[in-house]
Ligand binder design. Structure first.
Ligand code: ADP
Length: 480
């Protein structure tokens, strides 16, 4: 059977109250008994003194039992006690409980310890069973004198049932108080437990909904205590999970898009290669002129395929964070020069002049040289690819406040304003046909953007249709 938290808390409260009651009970009843007994004893001693004083003042002979008995009876009546007067040898002179014919008999001294002690030490006291009363009683006794000589013992006793009767009303009040305390504990503990468990139940319900995938669920449990803290932690967990899930979904979507785009891009050169090789196999191979044309076609498309595969590999490495960047303070001039060398021959073939201007203050940059060459190479390659023969392509490096800005300026066809924001997206081509003609993959700028951002820089373009383009990127300046 499952015992709920609320029942447990309530049971615990009740147990604590019960334990407190038990402790009080033990302590109080013990104390109460002692206090009452002490008071009773003190009272009895006062009465005994009075009896002793009266006995000491008697002038009658010790043989006049009737006189002594009268004294005992009178006093017993007034003080509501049992009064006994005896001689030192234990012979009873007067007793409020004994009949007249029993007077003159002797005390059983060993059992009447109080009488023996009174004679031996001047005061005696005992709490014991009395055969005469047939119940427990408290006795006190003192010797009394005649003309300064001890002649007898005065003793008063009282049944302890009297003391029990005095305790009884107090016990009843206490019992009612304990009952009320238990009731109060029960009445208060149940709603108090509900206060905690109710909030826990709300958290559990919210957690169940979250587990079912409803991550926008919130616990809606407030409070600065531990339960409130638990609710807050759960809420932020759900939020973080929701964010992660959202990111994963986006990532998955972009992965699918990449796969679809890549397959589409791969299909074009592959179709061209298959078509050309089939034509060759079908007989074109025997016509040297046609054969050459088809082989060139195959070569072009195979190169394009390789570029595509290279770019895709770079991208996947960047995405997976496996494109390690080595930061260093590098000389700008040799880096830019090496890129220019790579593209100069191809530019000259197209009648394009590559120019370069690096400001004195932009001679060093803090970057990864491989990534830098990759990005600048891509921008120069595009400029050479897209601009018309007979024009210039200029590379500039200038210092700005917090870094160095590199730019590649061409006087090519430019890019229409509505394409500008998208040219850095994967597989985006401002003018598809021209890019395809030139063997572009549509991935170069996307890779460049990722690399520059990884190096803490920015990349952008300003361009106007038919008025050339200026691609730029910034990098942090060396600090030394
Ligand atoms: P691609 O391999 O197609 O050149 P990029 O990512 O390098 O791929 O460029 C994306 C698109 O941006 C290109 O298809 C082209 O339309 C446009 N573009 C890039 N550079 C230039 C430029 N210098 N002049 C005009 N258009 C450009």
């Amino acid at each position: 059977m499952r015992i709920g938290l609320r029942t447990r808390i309530t049971a615990l409260c009740l147990m604590v109250v019960l334990a407190a009651i038990a402790l009080c009970e033990v302590y109080l009843s013990d104390r109460l008994e002692r206090v009452l007994l002490e008071r009773m004893r003190a009272d009895l001693i006062v009465r005994l003194e009075l009896v002793e004083r009266e006995a000491s003042s008697v002038t009658e002979s010790m043989q006049q039992y009737a006189v002594w008995d009268q004294i005992a009876d009178d006093f017993a009546l007034r003080s509501m006690t049992w009064v006994t007067l005896a001689r030192t040898d234990g012979t009873v002179l007067g007793d409020s409980k004994l009949s007249d014919n029993q007077l003159g008999t002797k005390f059983d001294l060993p059992s009447a310890i109080e009488v023996e002690d009174a004679l031996a030490h001047g005061f005696g006291e005992s709490r014991r069973y009395s055969h005469l009363l047939e119940e427990n009683a408290l006795f006190v006794a003192v010797p009394f004198r005649m003309e300064d000589v001890v002649v007898g013992v005065a003793r008063v006793g009282i049944p302890t049932t009297q003391f029990k009767a005095a305790v009884e009303p107090i016990r009843r009040v206490l019992l009612v108080a304990w009952g009320l305390a238990l009731l109060a504990a029960l009445v208060l503990a149940w709603p108090a437990a509900h206060l905690i468990t109710g909030r826990l139940a709300r958290i559990t319900a919210a957690a169940r909904r979250m587990a079912k995938g409803q991550l926008q669920t919130r616990t809606e449990v407030a409070g600065g205590d531990e339960v409130g803290e638990l609710a807050r932690v759960l809420d932020s967990l759900a939020e973080a999970l929701g964010d992660t899930l959202g990111n994963l979904t986006k990532l998955e979507a972009s992965r699918r898009e990449l796969v679809a785009n890549a397959s589409h891009e791969l299909r074009t050169p592959l179709t061209a290669i298959c078509g050309a090789s089939e034509t060759l196999v079908a007989g074109a191979i025997d016509d040297p002129k046609a054969a050459r044309e088809f082989v060139v076609l195959i070569d072009d498309n195979a190169r394009r395929l390789r570029r595509l595969v290279d770019d895709l590999l770079d991208l996947s490495q960047l995405d997976a964070g496996r494109f390690p960047l080595r930061w260093e303070h590098v000389e700008t001039n040799p880096l830019v020069e090496s890129v220019m060398r790579t593209y100069r021959a191809r530019a000259e073939l197209r009648g394009i002049k590559l120019k370069c201007e690096i400001e004195a203050e932009a001679r060093t940059v803090y970057a990864d040289s491989r990534a830098f060459e990759h990005v600048l190479g891509n921008l120069v390659d595009n400029a050479v690819k897209y601009c018309a023969p007979g024009t210039d392509v200029e590379v500039h490096a200038v210092r700005v406040d917090d870094g160095i800005v590199f730019s590649v300026q061409d006087s090519g066809p430019g890019i229409e304003a509505h394409h500008l924001a998208s040219v850095f997206e994967r597989f985006y081509r401002a003018e598809t046909s021209r890019s395809r003609e030139t063997g572009g993959t549509g991935l170069g700028l996307a890779i460049a953007k990722q690399l520059i951002e990884a190096m803490g820089g920015q990349i952008g373009v300003t361009s106007e249709k038919d008025h050339g383009s200026r691609f730029w990127f910034s990098l942090p300046r060396t600090t030394s």
